[in-house]
Design a protein around this ligand. Structure first.
Ligand code: FAD
Length: 392
């Protein structure tokens, strides 16, 4: 006979654990199943091991979805302040790194331990190394967890997206959604470095490791943050953010002098300090290495007094913006998140329950909601997990 639970959560990541502890707190009998050898692996590796667990300025505008309004309900009912209160309750020390991004002082392990302690206190059973097969929705839902047959009233899918397969990511939730006839928005890697090839890559040879303050824009969205040159192309927070708005074949516009009218600046300096070299002027913002390279590539270095207006236009054309055509992205191997996923039209924004299949829920990254860099993706996992946990 099948073992019965009120709630089964497939996927013991950020969203799944939050859902489980919330449902457990309501007195529901909850089981979490994960095929990996431990839960919360992405939490552990996140934020360079210190987990950027939320963002003080998290707003619906920080999310990408075919329906930008969908996130509002869950985010307002479980906000960053609710999660911060939970972190405080467990005495976990943290700090703001920049731009409202909150990181653990010590380790991401603190967050996983907190979630597991809360799960234990709420009587949640957590099973790792347990592959799930033969999912059949109904009243009750039925599934096979390893060797065990299980039945449940509520089934929550929290298996995440495709990013970082070696951390246990699978297309399980998306495949299940498709097999049940639910709409799925096209998926692609996001928060991911760009790759360059051929000439554009050769032009940047030797610059790997240099970081610049930029406004990097793709698909009409610009981000003021650092850009980092890599061996294969471009990375850094500005580039990762822009990648979520980039589509294959599009150009990326990189303002290398954010907040500065470069043409006016050069003309003014040409008057005031005519002997100054172009390379030095550019170097103040671009670093010496990049300024040198830009002079080799676009406008030969010389004293400003020898720069014509046409030369200045050429410098500006190479910097404001510098236009780059990425060959592609690094893909799911390094992408922090998966764009797209289970279409929000299929779900209730209040409960995350499937409109056509009662008692079936989708939460976290498997849903077509993708946050900006900076703790927003975890905030979505907490908020959507909490929303489902209140009803499942
Ligand atoms: P996940 O956390 O991915 O959890 C899914 C779980 O489901 C996993 O435990 C997995 O083992 C399990 N699973 C998968 N398939 C199956 C299956 N077939 N059967 C059973 N179980 C299965 N976001 C931030 O907000 N801040 C950060 O600092 C941050 N840093 C990141 C760093 C890296 C390197 C990466 C890759 C991502 C980072 N993110 C960050 C994004 C964030 O980790 C995700 O958005 C978040 O983990 C999604 O939560 P989730 O619960 O939906 O999915």
């Amino acid at each position: 006979a099948a073992k019965h639970f009120d709630v089964v959560v497939i996927g013991g990541g950020a969203a799944g654990l939050m859902c489980a502890l919330t449902a457990g707190d309501r007195g529901r009998r909850v089981l979490v199943l994960d095929h990996a050898n431990r839960v919360g692996k992405k939490i552990l590796m996140s934020g360079g091991g210190r987990c950027n667990f939320t963002n003080m300025y998290c707003e619906p505008e920080n999310f990408i979805s075919a329906n930008p309004h969908f996130v509002k309900s869950a985010l307002s009912r479980y906000s960053q302040w609710d999660f911060i209160a939970l972190v405080d309750k467990h005495g976990i020390p943290y700090h703001e790194k920049k731009l409202g991004q909150l990181f653990c002082d010590h380790s991401s392990k603190d967050i996983v331990r907190m979630l597991l302690d809360e799960c234990a206190a709420a009587g949640v059973a957590v099973r790792t190394d347990t592959p799930v097969t033969d999912v059949e929705t109904g009243t009750p839902h039925r599934l096979q967890a390893g060797a065990e047959a299980i039945a449940c009233e509520s089934l929550v899918i929290a298996t995440g997206g495709y990013s970082i397969p070696r951390m246990g990511a699978t297309g399980f939730g998306l495949d299940l959604a498709r097999s049940l006839g639910l709409p799925v928005q096209p998926t692609r890697p996001a928060l991911v470095p760009f790759t360059l090839s051929g000439r554009p890559l050769e032009e940047l040879e030797g610059l790997s490791g240099v970081a610049l303050d930029t406004v990097t824009t793709a698909g009409g969205m610009g981000f003021r943050e650092n850009l980092l040159f890599t061996h294969r192309g471009l990375s850094g927070p500005a580039v990762l953010q822009a990648s979520s708005y980039w589509e294959e074949g599009q150009a990326v516009a990189i303002d290398l002098f954010p907040g500065i009218d470069l043409a006016a600046h050069l003309r003014e300096l040409r008057e005031q300090r005519p002997k100054l070299e172009l390379k030095s002027v550019l170097g103040e913002q671009l670093t010496r290495r990049v300024a040198q390279r830009w002079c080799e590539l676009w406008v030969e270095n010389r004293a400003l007094e020898h720069l014509s207006n046409a030369d200045i236009e050429q410098v500006v054309a190479a910097c404001q913006p510098w236009t780059v055509w990425p060959a592609g992205t690094e893909g799911y191997r390094t992408a922090e998140v998966t764009l797209g996923g289970v279409d929000t039209a299929a779900l209730s924004s209040k409960t995350m329950e499937c409109r056509t299949i009662p008692g079936l829920y989708f939460i976290g990254e498997v849903v077509d909601v993708t946050g900006h860099l900076g703790g927003h993706n975890f905030q979505w996992a907490w908020a959507s997990g909490h929303a489902a946990g209140e009803y499942a």
